[in-house]
Every structure is written in C-alpha cells, then in structure tokens.
Design a protein around this ligand. Sequence first.
Ligand code: CP3
Length: 347
Amino acid sequence: MMLKNDLLLRAARGEDTERTPVWLMRQAGRILPQYRALRGRLSGFKELVETPELAAEVTIQPVDALDVDAAIIFSDILVVPEAMGLTYEMVEARGPLFPETIQNAHDVARMRIADPEEHLGYVLEAIRVTKRGLNGRVPLIGFAGAPWTILAYMVEGHGSKTFSKARRLLYTEPALAHELLRKITATTIAYLQAQVEAGANLIQVFDSWAGILPPHHYHEFSTRYIREICEALPGVPVTVFAKGAFFAVPEFATLPCRTIGLDWNEDPQTVRAVVGESKTLQGNLDPCALYGTPEQVQHATIQMLRRFGPQRHIANLGHGVYPDTNPDNVKVFIETVKEFSTLAREG
Ligand code: CP3
C-alpha cells in the first residue's frame, strides 16, 4: 500500500521534505473527547487495548481530529511484561499496578520469552485493522518500552518517583538484572519484528525512566540492550526516545537508529552538534507550553522550530501530551508547525 503522506518516513530517512512532519506522543487517548466517550462505555483500559477494532478506532481518532502526520498504535508498554508472565492492572486515576513483582532469581526464571502471535496477537491484529482503516493516509508507528524501563516496572510494581527497588537491584544483583534484561530484550525484538510484519512503518522505543540512572549504569543496563533492538530491525526506521538521558547523547549518536527523540530539557542545537548530520531529531516542545493562549502556543512552537532548523526534524512534544490539555491548542501547535516550516523553506 502506497502512503499518501510519507513525510514522517522521509524525514526519518534524512531526505529533504517540503515541510516538517508533526505528531504527538500520547496523542491517542488522554486528550480527545471522542476517546473519553468510548472509554467511558468500557470496563476499563485493558478492554480497549485488547479489542483490536476498538484499539484501531482510538488510534485513528487523532488522525481525523488533529490532522497529524502519523498514527501511533493504541497499546501500552506494559503488555510486554504481561506477555512474559507478569499481569498488570490499570488502576483508575492512579496508573499501572503489578500485583506480583520480580524479587529474586526464582521470579526471573519464571518469566518466559514471549511468542508475539501467541501472547501479543491482539496488538498485531490491532495493527492490521488500523492499517486497513488508515488506508494509506499516514504512516503507523509501532512501539515498545526500552528493556530498562520495563524492568523498572516489573521490579517496582507501579510508578514511582525514585524506582529505588529497581535501581537497588542494579547494585545488589547485577547478574540477575542482566538475566531479566536479556529476556525482556528477546521478547521485545520478536514483538517489534512482528509489529513491522503486521504493518508498522516506524518503531519508537520509549525509555521513560532513563533519566534516573547514573551514566555508567545507563550504559551498562540500558543502551546496550537498545542497541541490540536497533540491530535486530535492519532497514526499519527506529526512533529512540530516552527521557532525561542527555548524558547518553554521544552514545546514542553511534546507535543504528534513524531518529533520536529529545525531551524538553535538551537543547536541539547542542544535541545536533554532538550527533552530527547523520540522524533525524524529534521533539521537543514542553507539554506545558500548550496551556498558553493560542498566540503563546504559536510563539513557543515557532521558537522550537527555529532551534531545530527546517530539515531532519520531526516536530513533537518533549514527552507525552498532558491529559488536561485543550485539543484546540494542540491544533494550533500542529497548524503552526505545518505553516511555519513550509514558509521557512521558501525562505
Ligand atoms: O501514544 C499514544 O497515544 C499511544 C498509546 C500509549 C499509551 N501508553 C496508552 C495509555 C503509549 C505509547 C503508551 C506508552 C507508555 N505507557 C509509556 C511510555 C511513554 C511515557 O509516557 O513515558 C509508559 C511509561 C506507560 C505506562 C503507563 N500507562 C502509565 C504510567 C499510565 C498511567 C498514566 C497515564 O495516563 O499515562 C498508563 C496508562 C495509559 N496508557 C493511558 C493511555 C491512554 C491512560 C489510561 C486510561 O485511559 O484509562
């Protein structure tokens, strides 16, 4: 199927584009009234994630409502630990919870390397249904959590400011941590390859808890597994988004990935100077900029675009859009990217 709008893929490959492509992390769910209406009729988050027709509907909503240049499959990074044997619950207004967690060697031994079709078939089916529904309008982004971030949830059992149980494991039982990371990585590689076979055009790896590790631990327990994932997806455009990992940018420059995602703490020109011209950068408007007036949103967006320059940039926020963001301001952000980046090329 030929894509009618392939700006995202061309920007990721480093080709010149007539304007900067734009999408938002966490655009599916969270902000749209259409999402809330559908969500309200269901038993919970997992019913939505595990019913391919509904997941596809929610994936396509922001393409219809916001005119973004990409769809991202509606799922969660926590489906991977569940496929390995650790069930999660999504607690209303609180977030994810694992009733059982990983504590010792026995727990790690119990985790299986999941088979994508058998254990994650509902995501693959959602991708296939979404591709039919999109009918080539925009590319579809598949995703997974980075192994370190997945380990953090499996050991901690829920969100945390410090993830001190997970970080403790890296000091007290490094060999056990590596054993778990190897299993997560093997599962993730097979899962992402299956997502591409099902129709995902680009893969994003989310390392949401990168920023809580010291650089030497990040190198030892995270980047090397992200590298393995990139190496296992030759020819697939991969985006690595590691929140808070400014210290890892020099190493990210050597990864076999196309795009590096920047959070809002990072300065695009500084990152560009370190990375060179070989990669595309994604990001990085502070999600809080979307709380302003339309004029303020426009101003902040143009400032951000100027810092990246016109080419080799995929416009996005520096992290997921916040749930109480006004969708009208999201539209201002998207329209400003499209208009300003077109004008900037005309000089
Ligand atoms: O980008 C998209 O819109 C696609 C869907 C998507 C979800 N989660 C749906 C979701 C994606 C890409 C994710 C990734 C994810 N999930 C990450 C990495 C990105 C990041 O934000 O750093 C992480 C850390 C998670 C784990 C997770 N899932 C948490 C901490 C929570 C609770 C808080 C929240 O709302 O984000 C979730 C729940 C979740 N995942 C919701 C959605 C739409 C809200 C649940 C609901 O609608 O009831």
